[in-house]
Write a protein that binds this ligand. Sequence first.
Ligand code: C5P
Length: 290
Amino acid sequence: MRLIAHAKVNWALSVLGRRDDGYHELDMLMQSVELGDSLEIRLAEELTLTLHGGPRVPSGDGNLVLRAARRLREAAGVAQGARITMKKRIPVGAGLGGGSADAAAILLGLNALWNLHMGWQDLRALARSLGSDIPFCMVGGLRRVRGTGEQLEALPCGAPFHLVIVQPCAGLSTPKVFAAYDALAVRPRNPDIEAAVAALAQGDPAALAQAMGNALTPASVPIRPQIAMAAQTLEHFGALRAEMTGSGSAVVGLFANAQDADFAWRQCIALWPKSYLTRTTCLLYTSDAA
Ligand code: C5P
């Protein structure tokens, strides 16, 4: 079985408050993009993972893919194995949900390959216990995501938007960014999610550019000032708007059309090797023909 696990971007991220357990109540608009990691899963006696690319990804027990596979095996009470080969393309610590997408693909892939017939509710609970963004990554598309990632509302997914995604610096740790957010003297303004929903429904990139925003940006930029510089550069090269995704450190530039995005990508790749020309997608897992 060959799968592509798609990255996600945040069109909007609002922080509504901090809960007693330390997690933050969020209201987000998330969408899958074509950029993705390739996974190949084969039945085997042992559970193993071979990684290509992504030197910063742990390949041992700390890898979310192996943790997800083991948790699924425990939950289903089976002892089967799989040989997993993964080619990483999604940058790590970027706010693009790379690890979450890989884990989601493994949960769905092994559920099928091992004939577990585990239902959506059980899979979603397992996904949630492994990471906040994994439930979204299991369904993908365009969604409003609330709570701490478990409340998913599907939105109609229209024509693709053209993007350039840049990670201009080292990755960021999500807990560190939320801690920096809590320490801010002034609460950042939340984006207008309703306006972003309307812009997405109309497929209007100019209106979306006005509405998009991320309340975590003021927490991440002091840790990685390159984020602000990359956003300015993307806008200089023609993005209608550029904004950080998730807790960073990647920045997403939204373009009016494919030509504008292609031009900006050629400029950005000369500055930052982790620059990606991509589009939003409504598809979840595409088989990897490569
Ligand atoms: O669930 P996940 O592993 O993605 O979260 C990593 C950390 O990010 C959490 O332990 C928490 O510190 C922070 N977080 C948060 N509020 C969220 C999601 C994550 O504070 N909604």
